[in-house]
Design a protein around this ligand. Sequence first.
Ligand code: BG6
Length: 480
Amino acid sequence: MSDFSPTLFVIVGATGDLTRRKLLPSIAHLVSRHGWQDGLHVLGLGRTAQSDGEFRDWARESLEIAGVDSEIISAWCDSSIHYLSTEGGWDAVADKITDIEQANDLPGNRVFYLAIPPGAFPSTIDAIAATGLNEGPGFTRLVVEKPFGHSVESAHELNEHVHAHFDESQTYRIDHYLGKETVQNLLVFRFANALFESSWNRSLVRSVEITVAEDLGLGSRAGYYDTAGALRDMIQNHVTQVLSLVAMEPPVKLEADAIRDEKVKVLRSIQPIRPENVVFGQYESGVVEDEEVAAYRDEKNVADDSTTETAVSLRLHIDNWRWQGVPFYLRTGKRFPERLTQIVVRFNEPPVRLFEVDGACEVHSDAVIITLQPNEGFELLFDVKAPTEEMRLQTVPLDFRYAAAFGKLPGAYETLIEDIVLGDQTLFVRADEVEAAWKLYQPILDNPPAPEAYAAGTWGPASSTKLPHATGDRWIEETR
Ligand code: BG6
């Protein structure tokens, strides 16, 4: 990671929701936190024709809504936010960039952030290269939002397209889960604590469960989501990223490529996922958090006979020394009962059933529950003797919550944008990593199971509930 050097942050697709809700507020928070008022300029590019002033008004409003300090808004917005419509062509964009850099004495460091639909990635990358903007006097970095491809083949083609004009060291593929503080903490939790480091393997771990549940439904994204589905939208990226951080070996150094090497090795060690261990679901109407909600097929712009999956549960095995024989359960779904991203690592039961009472063994597996969001924290579940006359065991938690210890955590985009500007690629997905993740799921995409219905407000279809039973496990909500 290098020190900060003044930079022009070019957002392609600047009039969209991502810019308003995440990018501008995150950049403004960084400006405020690091005092980068004179050094971090933003150029918004979009199809809409509008002046710098009109874009600044819109930006100011977004920053106010996001609660950015009003002094920063007035000090930074007017001098450092610029706009140009791409309708005038990329030569005009190049001229505008040169003008901004000269007027503000910037050294020519450029970040191109593609906040546009994936179909427009290749032509935009070509346009940047055709005007020579990828070879500026300073550093040039390309940031690509997900989805990065929709299959192993399309991801490979896109990688080749990117590499025709940008080196991998200039390329930042975003998976916003990697920016979440609790996701980054997984490495610290595992490798800075001898207790967990020494128990994180097949000798002591009986199973691992990763759930990314959402209470929300489709929203207004049918156009994208109905062609993607939950496997592409969540499992291939966010859930798989969490899986690789949970399962990877310690890196030789705390450096971007050393960490990413280990993540890729995990993906390559996963056995082909068996079709009988994959369950697709689609939500019917139901009640989520006391509100009646419609079925997926009744959502706006979704076909009455859509077979898109809104939930996926699967079991996989990692074929390496550490994890041989340990089942990993991955699960995601929309319209589940609550928003919850959680990892449950269950430990083996003790070898001798010392506390068996009347033939029934009361001992439960100890477990570590890592809640990545919301109410971020850790619980260590273990058994104690309940203070009753007869010998009775009860599972109790040791509990740690981030909010109590540290207050509010920084947003994922703030962390990621800071790393892009400072040139740290650790939290970005490398080309081989993205392709290895697609490769893992391609057979399921090629032969998808028919989705089973589940009522909105439940944890997915019946077959998903049963999936861990085959190995004697149960999802966490069945045991608490
Ligand atoms: C996005 C998916 O990448 O992540 C959405 O496209 C999903 O469908 C979202 O809702 C979840 O992100 P978070 O940070 O709210 O868990």
